[in-house]
Structures are given as structure tokens and as C-alpha cells.
Design a protein around this ligand. Structure first.
Ligand SMILES: [Fe+2]
Length: 187
């Protein structure tokens, strides 16, 4: 059965400069775990605070990146271009970005820049309202993954390691629609 939570995309995107020029990034939000994930979806675990910042890429960088996507996709929705930074504390051996659903978007294309073997986990709702893990993946630097961020997900971070992801955010277009359009890409 096809994975309905995430898919590795067999595509390349030129992201040069988007990551490298700090002045081109405008801070979009900064939150601690308690603020962003006020309702923990997984009650049995305790989570420490993970400083988590998001930025909006500069218009020129965003436009250059967007122009590389298939027009069929852009006709449906032009995604927002954000950069996400997660900074894992040094002293916490099992630090995790707590399970959550993204509030402002339903589908993401993640282009991984700085990774350290972190595991991205997906969950389903089980009896009693608890969530249980159904699948996971470990992205490597340069990988591009499509994710259904309307479903509960979490990231197991590595202590003292920073993680950076360039992410294309679809506010209304469901995962299946984006996947279908991208799977028709010429190889
Ligand atoms: Fe998320």
C-alpha cells in the first residue's frame, strides 16, 4: 500500500543562496515547544523545549525556487517558501520536537540542508485518543521529501545539533494532490 504520510521525491531543486544569505531571511516566528504545541498529542511522553524558528525566504530567492516547480503544480497552488531552524539542547539525550499537526498548512515539500540523522515520525489516532507511531523516515542533506503535515508528526532531534530545512508550504492543497502532480514528472 502506498504511504499516505510522506514520500521521497526524485527531483532536484537549486536552492543556492536561499540558505546562505542570513540577510535574505526574514524572521517569521519564534516559539518554544510550550507555545507552539500547547496541546501535546502524545500524553505519555514529556518533551523539553526546542527553540524553533521559522523564516520567510527573500522574494527573489522564493521566486527562483518556485520557478523550478512544474507549472501543473503552480496552477493549483503557489507554495510559500520558508526556512525552519531547530536547535536541540546539549543536555537532553532524548530531545524531540513534540508530535503536532501544522496549523497553517496541510502539505510540505521539505528540502533538507543541515541534518544529523534525525528521525521524522508519523502517527495515527488510536483508541482512547492516544496517538501511535505508524511510520518514519530519516532524511539526508540534499534530500527532498513530501509530507502530509495535517497528520500528527514529530522529529527526534540529536542533542546539541542544529537542523535546518527549506520548506515549501501548501496552505490548502492536500498531500495526495501534490504527490499525484509530482509523480507525473518526467524522469
Ligand atoms: Fe510540523
Amino acid at each position: 500500500m502506498m504511504n499516505t504520510y510522506f514520500a521521497k521525491l526524485d527531483m532536484t531543486l537549486d536552492t543556492s543562496d536561499v540558505f546562505t544569505d542570513p540577510a535574505a531571511l526574514r524572521c517569521n516566528g519564534e516559539y518554544l515547544r510550550q507555545q507552539k504545541y500547547g496541546v501535546a498529542l502524545l500524553r505519555k511522553k514529556s518533551f523539553t523545549s526546542v527553540p524553533n524558528r521559522s523564516y520567510v525566504a527573500a522574494d527573489k530567492d522564493a521566486e527562483r525556487l518556485i520557478a523550478q516547480l512544474p507549472q501543473r503544480l503552480l496552477n493549483i497552488e503557489v507554495p510559500k517558501v520558508w526556512v525552519l531552524d531547530m536547535q536541540a539542547p546539549v543536555q537532553e539525550p532524548e530531545v524531540m520536537l513534540a508530535p503536532h499537526v501544522d496549523g497553517v498548512r496541510v502539505t510540505a515539500i521539505n528540502i533538507y540542508s543541515n541534518t544529523n540523522g534525525e528521525r521524522t515520525c508519523f502517527y495515527t489516532y488510536a483508541a482512547g485518543g492516544e496517538i501511535q507511531e505508524v511510520d518514519s523516515f530519516v532524511a539526508k542533506d540534499g534530500d527532498i521529501w513530501l509530507m502530509d503535515v495535517s497528520k500528527p508528526h514529530a522529529v527526534e532531534l540529536k542533542p546539541a545539533k542544529n537542523r535546518r530545512v527549506l520548506t515549501l508550504s501548501f496552505i490548502t492543497t492536500p498531500f495526495d494532490v501534490v504527490r499525484k502532480v509530482l509523480s507525473c514528472l518526467p524522469s
